[in-house]
Design a protein around this ligand. Structure first.
Ligand code: AKG
Ligand code: FE2
Length: 354
């Protein structure tokens, strides 16, 4: 395929086959630029590289109430590849999970002395670059050794996290949304701590299918902010209408991978990928190159965002004005009755290379 031959590359920042056969996005009617006091045109969102994303490349990710008719939610998911569901989970339960998590990781010294685990305010006396989270530690543990990562990895195996992720409202919603025989949650999940004003540790531009190559596209990710995550606090950004683009890029990668050993073919970190994973660290350049906008969310505790495994996303740096640590987890679902990527049924550990 001709597309696979053209690579967009810049040393260490960008590496992906240009999606030249991509289907153009459907035209999205813009609502107001200002929502709940946040003005898209005043936001200074920045990914790992490339500086501020020009506001003309930003649009809102509009939440849908959890009690909206499921047919409408399904239609939005099929159209957009992502739905931000407002108030699906019990807010108090989410906040109490935040509190338990930060109590658990507090011995790492990450919390500001005298503040509560529920608020989880960062101890700004410490250098934030000492606490890179799992987003910066996908395949090489030693580069990012830190106590917070150790504690948060252990927390992921504790009942208060496992039962939170296994809660009925989440699985029930997935059963209603997806046409699956038997929805199943993968055991592997990450707890992502994004420290305010920590740079080069945000989530790179990627789609999840590159990590799920031992199965067909179509797994569902539930991204769950564990706490409120305002538009400047490092939440996920989704590239509008990008599911087909992700699918196309992945097809080109699979073709490039076809000569590799079987294990390498399914690796998100093989020789054909950007070093350290993902498509690029430069969110602004990716928006320009694909002529699409990043959809910005104003996320609250209790919300869940569901996205298709080929939907392209990234996160911006956490610039929370109150120094709140951004905590989120991503849990994934598939149909137990269809072939799936069994690597995802093992607990996460830092640098597990998946
Ligand atoms: O929380 C993040 O920054 C990354 C999450 C993510 O990539 C996902 O949920 O698929
Ligand atoms: Fe992702």
């Amino acid at each position: 395929m001709a597309a696979a031959a053209t690579m967009t590359m810049a040393e260490g920042v960008t590496h992906y086959p240009d999606p030249v056969h991509n289907v153009p996005p459907s035209i999205r009617t813009d609502g107001p630029r200002v929502q709940a006091g946040w003005d898209l045109d005043a936001l200074k969102l920045e990914g790992n590289q490339g500086g501020v994303i020009p506001p003309s490349y930003l649009s809102w990710l509009t939440p849908i109430p959890a009690d909206a008719p499921i047919e409408d939610i399904r239609a939005a998911y099929e159209r957009d590849g992502v739905v931000h569901i407002r108030g699906l989970l019990n807010r108090e339960d989410v906040l109490s999970t935040r509190e338990k998590f930060f109590e658990f990781v507090a011995p790492s010294g990450v919390l500001k002395p005298g503040t509560s685990a529920r608020d989880a305010i960062y101890n700004t006396a410490l250098d934030p670059s000492h606490f890179p989270g799992p987003s910066a530690t996908q395949f090489n543990r030693s580069q990012n050794d830190n106590a917070l990562l150790d504690y948060s990895t252990r927390a992921g195996r504790e009942d208060f996290i496992v039962s939170f992720s296994d809660q009925a409202p989440l699985l029930d919603f997935v059963s209603r949304l997806m046409p699956w025989q038997e929805p199943m949650r993968f055991r592997r999940q990450l707890l992502r701590t994004n420290i305010p004003r920590s740079y080069n540790t945000a989530t790179r531009v990627h789609y999840d299918q590159m990590y799920l190559r031992k199965m067909e596209p179509g797994a569902l990710t539930a991204w769950i902010p564990i706490g409120d995550v305002s538009p400047v606090s490092g939440g996920l950004l989704y590239l509008e209408g990008s599911r087909e683009m992700g699918l196309e890029i992945e097809r080109a990668f699979l073709e490039m991978n076809s000569g590799l050993d079987p294990e390498e073919q399914v690796s998100a970190f093989n020789q054909n990928m950007l070093y350290g994973g993902g498509l690029t660290k430069d969110c602004a350049a990716f928006a320009r190159a694909t002529n699409r906008r990043w959809l910005v969310g104003d996320y609250r505790a209790g919300d869940v965002v569901f996205h298709h495994s080929c939907m392209i996303h990234c996160s911006a740096n956490n610039e929370d004005p109150e120094d709140k640590i951004r905590l989120a987890t991503d849990v994934r679902f598939t149909d137990r009755m269809a072939p799936f990527d069994d690597r995802w049924n093992e607990f996460y550990y830092a640098g597990d290379g998946k």
